[in-house]
Design a protein around this ligand. Structure first.
Ligand code: ES4
Ligand code: ZN
Length: 324
């Protein structure tokens, strides 16, 4: 089954490119940029990846990305990810990144934008992997700053496939970001948002109503609200679910207890994704294999979810038809 799952052309819709930074590359980039890491070894970094919840992960995630400075760093980061994605049989990737987390460290927008866009072109020509770019805003920072950063990114607006919303969810309701999402929409740029990961079902409804997003990242806590489930089912709003992430961040105690089967039984539009593979113990294939082991899903189940992802992807119609 693992071989079959590897060969199934998969689309990854929920991936933080900064969360693909493996400890080996973290050390190499620290050396290159003269950054001192608070760890002695790759093993010590991996040993620190034992999280209690989303905030405890985010602390290490923001610390880890401190080694990323130049356009070349972002290019190398994304190419290392694309090489692994190719081994996993990933055909299409939507990379989200957090420009504010770099700006606050003095890294200008050009570095992530130009580095990631160059890597996306290279992944297409070298591996035949198509991609999309999602500019995400940090919900635990000022929404006015998000709008300013979006305007500063004007030279790249035509290269952005969507805007996103991530970081610490609790006490940071999505509605505060309505302005920047409306501004992006006016320019023809759609929105996606993390909701219902550590936050309640109410944040999923709020993201849908106030940000007019076309997909929900995670969304696993929707089951707490039957009316919301009915709405998500009727509209077939895609949920980008990240099974291994949810276990690592204790959204669910074990994968066996994950609400994925219940979400699918409720008729929801579910996709499988890896979120922050370097931190959560596996890429796309590991997530698929873990779901097979936990839920006993058949080939038809996985075909169904990869079709959902291809249908929900930001890609040219020609590419979509080739993957369906
Ligand atoms: C994230 Cl798992 C997760 N949730 C929210 N924000 C994030 N940023 C990177 N990974
Ligand atoms: Zn995420």
């Amino acid at each position: 089954m693992t071989t079959w799952l590897r060969e199934l052309p998969k689309a990854e819709l929920h991936l933080h490119i900064e969360g693909t930074l493996e400890p080996e590359l973290m050390f190499a980039l620290a050396d290159r940029n003269g950054v001192t890491l608070p760890y002695d070894s790759v093993e010590a970094v991996r040993a620190a990846y034992d999280f209690e919840d989303l905030p405890s992960f985010l602390n290490l995630y923001y610390q880890g990305m401190g080694v990323l400075h130049t356009q070349a760093d972002f290019f190398d980061l994304a190419m290392a990810y694309f090489a692994r994605a190719r081994e996993d049989g990933v055909a299409h990737v939507e990379l989200s990144f957090d420009p504010q987390a770099h700006l606050v460290r003095g890294v200008p927008l050009e570095a992530p934008f130009e580095g990631l866009l160059a890597a996306c072109r290279e992944a297409d020509s070298r591996y035949g992997i198509s991609s999309a770019l999602i500019m995400s805003f940090l919900r635990d920072r000022d929404p006015v700053e998000a709008l300013e950063v979006f305007e500063q990114a004007a030279p790249w607006h035509s290269m952005i496939d969507a805007v996103g919303l991530d970081s610490a969810e609790r006490d940071h309701p999505p509605g505060r970001f309505a302005k920047v999402f409306a501004r992006a929409r006016a320019l023809g740029i759609p929105g996606v948002a993390h909701a219902g990961e550590e936050g309640s079902a109410a944040y999923i409804r709020e993201a849908w109503e106030t940000l007019e997003v076309c997909r929900i990242d995670h969304g696993v806590r929707c089951l707490e609200d039957a009316d919301l489930v009915a709405m998500l089912r009727e509209r077939q709003i895609p949920l980008t679910v990240c099974p291994l992430s949810n276990v690592k961040l204790k959204v669910t105690p074990t994968l066996t207890e994950h609400p994925l089967p219940a979400l699918r039984e409720a008729g929801l539009n579910v996709t499988l994704n890896s979120d922050d593979p370097a931190y959560f113990g596996g890429g796309m294939l590991d997530n698929y294999v873990a779901c097979h082991d936990a839920f006993g899903w058949t080939r038809d189940d996985f075909i169904d979810m990869t079709r959902n992802a291809v249908q929900a992807a930001f890609m040219a119609e020609e590419r979509r038809e080739a993957l369906l």
